[in-house]
Design a protein around this ligand. Structure first.
Ligand SMILES: C[C@@H](O)C(=O)SC[C@H](NC(=O)CC[C@H](N)C(=O)O)C(=O)NCC(=O)O
Ligand code: NI
Length: 146
């Protein structure tokens, strides 16, 4: 068995692609338009995963865009997507400079959280940093300043 992808439904495909590719740095590796089902699937991969994602279709993020407007209530059972970055501060600064809220700033230098246009939580981890203690942000006395 191997991991293939995580699928999230998006309300606005253009806004989601602008966030996940232009701002966050993922790249589109394939797309499937389904006329009969009236939906579009777009598969995205992180730069360091591109070769494997193109040849083995994994690991990917699958965006599903239903052409007929649907409202998606955020399922509490879904947690987050997690990506490792070379420079967490530069990543967060670029996102913030482009209007993305840093819901959990990288004050500890190794973990931050942002949300996609659809409210999907995204964990950003600094490459080479130890996995952070699983402490709730507020309990660490943090106010959001970083
Ligand atoms: C290509 C493969 O990775 C898929 O996930 S296709 C699965 C299929 N997706 C759809 O039909 C997309 C449109 C649908 N209206 C939807 O919003 O899911 C599917 O079976 N989806 C059902 C699901 O629960 O994922
Ligand atoms: Ni899928």
């Amino acid at each position: 068995m191997r991991y293939l992808h995580t699928m999230v439904r998006v309300k606005d495909l253009d806004a989601s692609l602008a966030f996940y590719t232009t701002l966050f740095g993922l790249e589109e590796i394939r797309r499937h338009e389904n006329e009969k089902g009236r939906f579009t699937l777009v598969f995205l991969a992180a730069r360091d995963d591109l070769d494997r994602a193109r040849s083995e279709k994994a690991p990917c993020l699958e965006l599903t865009y239903n052409w007929d407007t649907e409202d998606y209530s955020g399922g509490r059972n879904f947690g987050h997507l997690a990506y490792e970055v070379d420079d967490i501060y530069a990543t967060c600064q670029n996102l913030m400079d482009n209007g993305v809220t840093i819901n959990r700033p990288p004050r500890d230098g190794n973990m931050a959280f942002v949300r996609s246009p659809d409210g999907i939580s995204i964990e950003i981890l600094q490459k080479g940093s130890p996995l952070p203690a699983a402490e709730p942000w507020a309990s660490m006395g943090n106010t959001g300043a970083w």
